[in-house]
Design a protein around this ligand. Structure first.
Ligand code: NAP
Length: 548
């Protein structure tokens, strides 16, 4: 029974990050009655919430941009090779305005519950603002990195100073001038924000549980001639993005004509095994620390990984002058490529400054927060501002934060208690007509995520057309297909450093206490994944049950 306050829709899109915005655009263009619901006051998702100082994309902007509108590609000018959060947010606001998306977005509203009605194949969606929607399709564009992780620290509320989390940074500027600042967490967010905060603060203490492998970003202002050429080359760039594993074409400008007799530009080797100690040293000196993540054998081979880690440590000790700090920053406990390698601007250099220190929590963890700071097993620290850079309940958090109930009232939380399975990362068995953009089991964050997002939005759009054209009331992933796919996703990661026994990462869910350890993204590559999805469609939506 639908009460009179309930709005009847064809589709609800949850979230307006890059995924939700494009999904809304596509579904509206096909004439669907659709609303997107957004917890923030603006669009942008990750690029709206993560507005901490230093936040920046680590994929070249030419490639980290929508491909669906040729006009948009031509009219937008990026100012840097890899732009910061403010410019990305501006771009996404421009997209929202250009395609008039805002009129169908309900801002400052959080979806709290969604339940499936088996009798009519429709979803009842509720929000914290009291909205009720009765909808045919639910598209979860809730993102892979959405729900902030606050570590469970004793007396967490005791600290009387200012407290921030990188993933929910306020819009108002935070003034660090003359302040003593503590940052807990040294992953991508910590690495980006520490040098920028340190440039203002009187003192900065980084509390680090796991050091990262980080490499120079080498960001630079965008050259106008490069941008102009990239705009001309966009068709080839997009083609290449969709037909490679990473979703990154690696565009470096137009191919230069070969000059007869010109010396060949030297490149670092592809593999580290097989090089003599002298050759490795020569490569390190010639190409620097940035060459290290590109030795492909280190992805799979422990010996190769050991060698590149030694090279990494050697460079680290050269850059960071204080041996104690260098030792603290050395990630000796786990292999390179287990966690996402970070790229940084001045991260190690900042530890050469006297007012920046590092606390190695491997030697004694945080015991509690106090009114004036925190206490570890070894010492007490005082500061004025505390910044959590402690990451996310990744891949599943955005979904499990909502009370989503499928057939028989089963909750998504229970469904995923033994690990999240979603057939192709697109649908969960028992949750018909609900689609997940970049869900677990898809390339998502192991690819240039915007390429994967666009692909998913287009697949969902075409699938909804198929369902409507064929009077299909409900579409649902079959459990056997979802299980088989989960085995394939797991197999694809075997033999890589991502699942090494000493590896604990958010890819595995092991940054969150109690979360089932399972490798969640699909490592098979964007190209192979797309091929599989096309094959599924060509075989009449093989692995999905369709009910008229
Ligand atoms: P993260 O990689 O999960 O790092 C969180 C950090 O907090 C880790 O160092 C973690 O240590 C630490 N931590 C967690 N709980 C702790 C505790 N109780 N005590 C002490 N330390 C604790 O999260 P993130 O840095 O926000 O990055 C997440 C992902 O977001 C990245 O991998 C990347 O995909 C994306 N991101 C991208 C960019 C970019 O485009 N450049 C920037 C930021 C984020 P452990 O490692 O020991 O758990």
């Amino acid at each position: 029974m639908i009460d009179s306050d309930t709005k009847t829709l064809d589709a609800v899109v949850v979230g307006t990050g890059m995924a939700g915005m494009y999904m809304l655009y596509r579904l509206r263009n096909k004439g669907l009655n659709v609303i997107a619901v957004e917890a923030g006051t603006g669009v942008g998702g990750a690029w709206y919430w993560n507005r901490y100082p230093g936040c920046r994309c680590d994929v070249p902007s030419i490639e980290y941009s929508y491909s669906f509108s040729k006009e948009l590609e031509q009219e937008w000018d990026w100012t840097e090779a890899m732009v910061g959060q403010p410019e990305l947010e501006k771009y996404l606001n421009h997209v929202a305005d250009r395609f008039d998306l805002r009129k169908d977005i309900k801002f400052s509203t959080r979806v709290t519950a969604a339940s499936y009605h088996e009798d009519n194949g429709r979803w009842a969606v509720e929000t914290d603002q009291g909205d009720k929607y009765d909808t045919n399709y639910c598209v979860m564009a809730t993102g892979c990195l959405t729900i902030p992780n606050y570590p469970d620290i004793k007396n967490a509320d005791a600290f009387k100073g200012e407290v921030y989390h990188t993933a929910t940074w306020p819009k108002e500027e935070v003034d660090f001038t003359g302040k003593r600042v503590a940052v807990i967490g040294c992953g991508s967010s910590g690495v980006q924000t520490i040098p920028v905060i340190a440039s203002k603060a009187k003192e900065l203490i980084a509390f680090q549980r796991s050091p990262v492998y980080t490499f120079p970003a080498k960001n630079a202002p965008m050259k106008p001639e490069f941008l102009a050429q990239a705009k001309k080359d966009y068709p080839e760039i997009r083609e290449k993005q969709r037909n490679c594993a990473s979703g990154i074409a690696g565009y470096s400008g137009p191919k230069k004509p070969k000059v007869e007799g010109a010396p060949k530009k030297r490149k670092a080797s592809r593999k580290i095994l097989g090089l003599t100690a002298e050759q490795r040293q020569a490569e390190l000196e010639e190409f620097g620390i940035g060459a290290i993540p590109n030795y492909v054998d280190a992805f799979f081979n422990e010996e190769a990984n050991g060698i590149v880690r030694e090279m990494f440590d050697q460079e680290l000790k050269r850059i960071v002058k204080d041996p104690q700090k260098a030792d603290a920053l050395s990630p000796k406990d786990y292999p390179l490529h287990c966690k996402r390698p970070v790229i940084d601007t001045n991260y190690y250099d900042v530890f050469n400054e006297d007012h920046v220190s590092i606390v190695d929590l491997r030697k004694g963890g945080i015991e509690e927060l106090t009114a004036t700071g925190l206490r570890t097993a070894n010492a007490e620290y005082e500061f004025d501002i505390l910044v959590y850079a402690t990451g996310f309940d990744a891949m599943t958090g955005g979904m499990t934060a909502i009370d989503i109930r499928g057939k028989g009232g089963e909750s998504i939380k229970d469904k995923w208690a033994d690990g999240p399975t979603a057939y192709l990362g697109l649908q969960v068995c028992g949750f018909p007509n609900l689609f997940t953009i970049t869900g677990p089991g898809s390339p998502s964050i192991l690819s240039n995520v915007i390429v994967s997002i666009e692909y998913h939005c287009e697949w969902i759009d075409q699938t909804i057309s198929y369902l409507r054209d064929n009077n299909i009331k409900a579409m649902e992933a079959e459990q056997s297909a979802a299980d088989e796919w989960a085995i394939h996703v797991n197999d694809a990661a075997q033999g890589t450093m991502y699942v090494a026994p000493t590896c604990n990462s958010w890819y595995l869910g092991s940054n969150i206490e109690g979360k089932k350890r399972m490798f969640m993204p699909y490592l098979g590559g964007v190209d192979k994944y797309d091929e599989k999805c096309r094959e599924v469609v060509a075989n009449g939506y093989e692995g999905f049950s369709l009910t008229s």
